[in-house]
Design a protein around this ligand. Structure first.
Ligand code: SF4
Length: 346
């Protein structure tokens, strides 16, 4: 008998709503779920291909072992014995820390798998666990915690100015928490409404066609660019001094530190002309509602750079700004050091 199941796509963290038609325990059709809050019926090509992925004839369904150049199927018991023997051998010969595990993203959607992986690494005796998130999401998370006390998500839909920092949502990423078709739809609607876009990227990504300003920052120097923008905002008094005095700490140290980051120096570091840094900072500060959606432009300084980004986002925070933080984070943000507020009259 045919039935329809409302579920979500688990291929990436967007978790788009999915409607799956099943008959005799086999998937017949996969569609977007129209009533889903974010995806509203859209699926990207990967989600739309979920049925083909599930039924792909070359999909790995059991352990395989390569012998004399050819792969042969083996039982789970044999695979586990083989792995245990090899892993114990590595540990005896080189020590437990010689083992590193690099995991993919889908694994993150399976909390049990993640828990078991961590248990395994603890028992084995290594802490070398890494993934793409080590350079991307984790610095993003740590920057948010250091600045706001938690992870902060931007609300692009209610913004008047969107800064897209080191990301191309038109080819990857989901900065508005949506899949690709939905993201393109949202950004095109924002553009039509007159929302301004600042793109910070050494490349010219597809999203740059929306740009009012495109800063081609030298890779690995985006932290300096953030400091340069903060320098403009503070020098030109584009923040709310009363809010800073009443609700922040560390402003004196920030101002002191920024003395070392005059725009000539920032231009030399980042290769972004100082006029463009000024323009970006003023555009950012002038918008009644502003969003910063960002991951670091890849470098070994990712963590530091990304810490500067929410810091600058905080710099621009203001009351009645729905785009920046959910209320709980807004309150925590008040405790964060270096939390400033834009002076609307300034
Ligand atoms: S963006 Fe694509 S892959 Fe990710 S959850 Fe949505 S449909 Fe699935």
């Amino acid at each position: 008998m045919e039935k329809t199941i409302k579920t979500y796509c688990g291929i990436c963290e967007s978790t788009c709503g999915m409607q799956v038609t099943v008959e005799n325990n086999a998937v017949k059709k996969v569609e977007g779920l129209k009533e889903h809050l974010r995806s509203k019926g859209d699926l990207c090509v990967k989600g739309a291909a979920a049925k083909d992925i599930l039924n792909a004839p070359d999909r790995l369904r059991s352990p395989m072992k390569k012998e004399n150049g050819t792969w042969k199927e083996i039982s789970w018991d044999e695979a586990l014995d083989l792995l245990a023997g090899k892993l114990n051998g590595v540990k005896e010969k080189y020590g437990a820390s010689s083992l590193a595990v690099y995991h993919g993203q889908t694994y993150l959607k399976n909390c049990l798998a993640m828990f078991m992986m961590k248990r395994f690494l603890t028992i084995y005796g290594t802490r070398n666990l890494c993934s793409a998130a080590s350079e991307c999401f984790i610095p993003f998370l740590l920057g948010g915690i250091a600045t706001f006390g938690s992870l902060a998500f931007a609300d692009a839909v209610n913004s008047r100015c969107v800064v897209i920092w080191g990301s191309d949502p038109f080819s990857s990423g989901n900065m508005v928490g949506c899949n690709l078709p939905r993201t393109i739809r949202i950004f095109n609607e924002l553009k039509e409404k007159g929302v301004r876009f600042i793109i910070i990227d050494p490349r010219t990504p597809a999203v740059a066609r929306l740009a009012d300003l495109h800063l081609k920052v030298r890779p690995g120097t985006d932290g300096a660019l953030a400091l340069g923008m903060m320098r403009v905002i503070i020098d030109e008094k584009l923040f709310d001094a009363e809010f800073v005095a009443n609700h922040t700490s560390g402003f004196g140290q920030l101002r002191e530190m920024l003395r070392d980051y005059d725009l000539e120096k920032v231009e030399k570091i980042t290769l972004v002309p100082k006029g463009e840094i000024q323009k970006a900072a003023r555009m950012f500060a002038a918008s009644p509602v502003t969003v910063l959606s960002t991951r670091p432009i890849r470098s070994r300084r990712s963590g530091r750079s990304i810490s500067c980004s929410p810091l600058r986002e905080t710099l621009m925070s203001r009351e009645g700004t729905p785009s920046l933080l959910p209320p709980s984070l807004r309150l925590r943000g008040l405790r964060a050091s270096l939390h400033l507020k834009v002076n609307r009259s300034g």
